[in-house]
Design a protein around this ligand. Structure first.
Ligand code: TXA
Ligand code: MG
Length: 336
């Protein structure tokens, strides 16, 4: 099982940071916090270490990883072109929860990019992630630290439970602030495209790139995938997840499942009159997209942990500010 080292999220202890850099330099994997979710880190320029990331996650090697850097200068070194819109977005939102897809520089190993000619780059704002990147002196490849298609980890404990047998060291800096992944924007074409809605919301993104469009993957999970990691089923708990269009629907499905002897987790938006009892666990999540995102994966992990048969979720508002949460819930509910 993993060694878990507590670390101060604001002022990371130098010993812990150095230890993480030592493990990465030796080709090992480290679970570490970012402001979005925990990442499974490897040195991005070490092809063997990158191969270990794919193996640990059980992820197809064609699904590209994000290279985490300190800032725009380091990102540019990984890119063959750095369009003006990349500069504007990076200046406005880095360090922070924005990932940019650009053409890959020839000397960046193709393994990290899933064999493709583009590369995803992001400068995280979490002091622990930044300190480890600085100590290593190289970019860090870090997908979310979960098994392929599994629930994203927002605490060190979530990482250990899914990947404990694969990752030697996990840095525990407490729960992630955002609780949902970065927004992925492809800036290779004149009009930037959101491939994955995320912690940087669309209205905010539009303040800098007013013409940004949503790729259909980011909305519908269709078959035409610009981002190989955006398969329809993703972010899924072990229990079957059922998405109801409103509160009444969620309560009706819950009652039916209970009547069939099932144990149920119910996730509602705002306060609930339903009470937790032996076969029903109710989580009321805040009716605000940022606060909901912060709590969502933790609630789903908690329900999986107690082993409910099904999780019923009340749909969230159809509104741009809720896009990332709605995307994760739709994929988590996908049976395929
Ligand atoms: O917030 C985050 O982005 C977290 C933290 C750890 O930084 N990382 C993360 O990585 O979510 P991952 O690998 O779980 O998701 C990365 C997403 C996937 O949907 C992947 O397909 C997409 O980014 N992606 C990565 N490289 C790409 C590329 N070259 N072209 C298109 N999509 C890419
Ligand atoms: Mg992921």
């Amino acid at each position: 099982m993993s060694r878990v080292l507590p670390v101060d999220p604001h002022a990371p202890d130098a010993d812990v940071v150095d230890e993480a850099a030592r493990v990465l330099r030796g080709g090992g994997l480290v679970g570490l916090p970012t402001e979005t979710v925990y990442g499974l880190a490897a040195c991005a320029l070490d092809e063997d270490a990158v191969a270990r990331v794919f193996a640990a996650k059980g992820r197809p090697t064609s699904h590209p990883l994000i290279a985490h850097v300190l800032g725009e200068d380091e990102a540019r070194r990984l890119a063959a072109q750095w369009p003006d819109v990349a500069h504007r977005l990076a200046s406005a939102f880095w360090p922070g929860p924005l990932t940019l897809i650009v053409d890959r520089a020839g000397d960046v190993p193709s393994a990290v990019a899933g064999g493709g000619d583009s590369i995803a780059v992001r400068a995280p704002s979490h002091p622990v992630a930044r300190a480890v990147i600085r100590a290593l002196g190289q970019p860090i490849a870090a997908p979310s630290a979960n098994r392929f298609q599994g629930l994203s980890p927002t605490t060190a404990d979530h990482v250990v439970r899914q990947l404990g047998t694969f990752v030697g060291l996990v840095l525990d800096a407490g729960p992630c602030a955002a609780g949902i992944e970065s927004t992925v924007v492809d800036v290779r074409s004149p009009r930037p495209r959101v491939l994955r809605p995320g912690a940087l919301d669309l209205p905010t993104l539009r303040t800098i790139a007013p013409d940004v469009e949503l790729h259909s993957d980011a909305l519908a999970g269709d078959e035409l995938r610009a981002s190989p990691g955006m398969q329809a089923k993703h972010y899924s708990p072990r229990a079957q997840l059922l998405l109801a269009s409103d509160r009444a629907g969620a309560e009706r499905i819950t009652v039916e499942l209970l009547a069939r002897g099932k144990s149920v987790g119910l996730l509602v938006l705002g306060p609930s009159s339903k009470r937790t009892f032996p076969r029903l666990a109710v989580h009321s999540l805040p009716p605000d997209p940022v606060a909901y995102a912060h709590a969502m994966f933790a609630a789903l992990h908690a329900l999986d942990e107690i082993g409910v048969d099904a999780i019923v979720v009340e749909a969230v508002p159809q509104d741009d500010a809720w896009l990332a949460v709605a995307d994760r819930l739709r994929r988590a509910a996908c049976p395929g």
